[in-house]
Ligand binder design. Structure first.
Ligand code: HEM
Length: 173
């Protein structure tokens, strides 16, 4: 029984180390001809997510926009060639931004853990957050069902630099 429990509990273990191992995540989706891949595992009250993007600038995913970018709960991964890896928990206040950090709007940074690496021409960024953070600038992520997302990647690491490419999709959690 003990052995079985250990096997079961490690089956979905995600290491937030900036690397995506084979079978590390329960689910994945690919957009923009494979340039933007998203991986995720929902475990109890939290979501582990990884972005694997062909980019040399910021990468971002947004949850539940109302229209284009408006009201999207965004997470940015910044993995520059040198310098610290950063995660930014942001919120788009307008149709085409701006998207200030939640903390600047009176909310808070709800990224519990993050890590990033560069792998050739791709950037890998992993993060963890609660499904329901309680912050009014975060969208509640359901444990099952559909989640509307937007994705984008920028030309450089300037937070306000417009994306090279962006799109809208629905994830089947
Ligand atoms: C960083 C600063 C950003 C600026 C200045 C910006 C600006 C814009 C503008 C002006 C448009 C209208 C269409 C166009 O001109 O291409 C647009 C569209 C869009 N944006 Fe952003 N955006 C930013 C960040 C983001 C982020 C972080 C996301 C997703 C997480 C996003 C998702 C989208 C989507 C899905 C569209 C509609 C599809 C498209 O036209 O490409 N944007 N954005």
């Amino acid at each position: 029984m003990v052995v079985l429990f250990l096997v079961a509990s490690t089956a979905f273990a995600v290491d937030v180390d900036g690397r995506i191992g084979t079978g590390e995540y329960a689910r994945e989706a690919s957009f923009d001809n494979g340039n933007f891949k998203v991986f995720w595992t929902i475990d109890q009250d939290r979501i582990f997510m990884a972005l694997d993007v062909k980019a040399n600038g910021w990468i971002s995913i947004g949850f539940e926009p109302s229209r284009v970018m408006a009201d999207a709960d965004m997470i940015f991964g910044m993995v520059p060639p040198s310098g610290p890896v950063e995660a930014i928990d942001a919120f788009s206040t307008g149709t085409f931004g701006p998207h200030p950090p939640d903390a600047n709007l009176g909310g808070k940074n709800d990224v519990l853990q993050f890590a990033g690496t560069r792998n050739g021409d791709r950037i890998i960024f992993e993060f963890v957050r609660l499904l329901d953070t309680g912050d009014r600038y975060d969208k509640k992520i359901p444990a099952t069902g559909k989640l509307k997302i937007i994705w984008a990647y920028g030309p450089n690491f300037t937070f306000s630099a417009k994306h090279l490419k962006a799109g809208a999709e629905t994830l089947d959690l």
